[in-house]
Every structure is written in C-alpha cells, then in structure tokens.
Design a protein around this ligand. Structure first.
Ligand code: HEM
Length: 254
C-alpha cells in the first residue's frame, strides 16, 4: 500500500513568505522616505529661501553646470514604482468579496482587539492612498521644475490641491506609523523581557509619531495655504531667492 506523502506542507511554496518580506521591506522604505519628505516639505517653516534651496538641490543646482529637473522626475518615478509594488503586494490581503469582508468585519467586531482594529485602519487608509497619491505623484512627475515656495503655494491654493493634501496627509501618516508599529510587533524589534510592556511602549511611540507628524504636516500645509492666498493675485510668478534679487532687478533695468 502506498501512503500519501507524509507532509504536503514541507513542499509548500516559499513564495507567500517571500512576498510578505517584500511587502514589509517596501513598506519600511516608503515610511522612511515619508519622514525625509516631511523634512524637505516643512523647510518652508524655516524660510522661503531655505525651501527654494532644498528644491533646487534635488535638481543639482549647486553641483551641476546646469540644473536638471528631470532628476526629480526620475526620483518620482522610482518612488511611484515602489508605491505600486507595495500596493500590489497589499492587494493580496484585502478581503476579495462581500462574503470575505463580512467574515472579517464579524471577527473584528467579536474580537474587539486593538491590533486587529489597526489592521482595518491599514486597509482603509491604504485604499484611500490608492486614489490620492497618484494625483500628487503625477503632478510632481510632470512639473518637477515647479517646486518652490511660490510654485508649491500656488499649486496648493490657486491650483486647489489643499483638500487632496489634507486627506493624503492623514492617510499617509496614520498608515505609515501603524505600519511601522505592526512591523515592529511582527519581527520582535525593541522587544524586552516583558512582551506586554514592550507592546504598550511601542503603541505609545506609534501614537506619539502620528501626533508629531500630523502637527508638523498641518503646520506646513497651513503655511503653504497662507502663502498661496497672499500670492494668488500674482499666481504663476516664480520665486527668486533674496540673494539673487539685486542681480535680477539690475538685469531687468538694463
Ligand atoms: C519623490 C516623490 C515625491 C516628491 C518629489 C514630492 C514632493 C512634494 C512637494 C514639493 C510637496 C509640497 C506641495 C507641492 O509642491 O505641491 C509635497 C507635499 C505633500 N506630499 Fe509629496 N512628494 C513625493 C511623494 C509623496 C508620496 C509618495 C506621498 C504619499 C503617499 C506624498 C504625500 C504628500 C503630502 C500629504 C503632502 C502635503 C504635506 C503638507 O503640506 O503637510 N508625497 N510633496
């Protein structure tokens, strides 16, 4: 008599685990990128000249013979590809039909477990980003030279981007911080001897991060809205840094 092969699981594909790892790594890279992104965008809170310098830096203004805005487009394309890969991998985890959705919702309701609720938060904020992020990325890809104090403020206010940025800000900061918390729990990062105490600390860190990033993001957005309202009558005019203004005025007078 031939017996069935002892363990079908031992022949199981390693791909689900590999895809899980890829999802974790792409999410980690995106979350870390968003911290840097917040730093660059909030440069406007220091000064308009500083924000102009940060924007021009990425075009190679300070180290190439001529600024190359396409460098920014290339970087946007790389981030957009990473975003698409992460979203594609995440699709595997979405409830696929109404029945699966009902089962997931029923389990969630019954369990009343904080971390399960956070999983639903990830699904909702991730779904929102599917629609919101591509609009922003496309604008950045097509107009990489139109990044700067007046240029960004005009897009935010006169160009009507502020409601999109407001919704995207909440979605991305909650999604990114909850994602980092879930990664830390899953891989046992920062885990001490007392697992419950470590998890409580991680959750505090997650809420602290969300509060910090949302406060900084909202302050930045308000600054851009204010500048956009003031600049609306001259919308489209490019920003010239203070140290170049004398030279520009002299050139115009000639
Ligand atoms: C390399 C890719 C990216 C570039 C070059 C970029 C650039 C910028 C710039 C210049 C602004 C200021 C507003 C403006 O000029 O329109 C901005 C704002 C914003 N971006 Fe991005 N971005 C990138 C990727 C992303 C991604 C992947 C997300 C989220 C999924 C994102 C979310 C946001 C949000 C929420 C704001 C508003 C922030 C605020 O005012 O507090 N960005 N971005």
């Amino acid at each position: 008599m031939t017996l069935p092969r002892p363990c079908a699981a031992s022949a199981a594909s390693p791909w689900p685990a590999r895809l899980d790892l890829l999802q974790a790594l792409s999410g980690l890279a995106l979350a870390l990128f968003m911290w840097l992104h917040m730093g660059f965008v909030s440069a406007i809170l220091i000064s308009a000249d500083f924000a102009w310098g940060v924007a021009r830096f990425f075009e190679g203004y300070f180290f190439l013979p001529r600024p190359q805005a396409w460098l920014v487009s290339a970087f946007v394309a790389a981030i957009a590809s990473l975003f698409a890969l992460h979203a594609l991998l995440a699709l595997r985890k979405f409830p696929a039909d109404w029945r699966q959705y009902r089962i997931a919702a029923r389990h969630g309701g019954r369990l009343r477990h904080g971390d399960t609720t956070l999983w639903f938060v990830q699904v909702v904020t991730g779904f929102a980003m599917f629609f919101l992020a591509p609009v922003h990325l496309y604008a950045m890809f097509m107009h990489p030279d139109l990044i700067g104090p007046f240029e960004s403020a005009d897009r935010v206010w006169t160009g009507g981007f502020w409601p999109l940025y407001l919704a995207l800000l909440f979605a991305v900061e909650v999604h990114g911080s909850v994602g980092l918390y879930r990664l830390a729990v899953k891989w046992g990062w920062f885990e001490g001897r007392d697992v419950r105490a470590s998890r409580r600390r991680l959750k505090w860190a997650m809420w602290g991060l969300i509060a910090f990033l949302l406060t900084l993001g909202l302050t930045t957005l308000l600054a851009e809205i204010r500048m956009g309202i003031e600049h609306a009558p001259r919308a489209g005019e490019r920003y010239v840094p203070t140290w170049q203004r004398g030279a520009t005025a002299a050139e115009e007078a000639r």
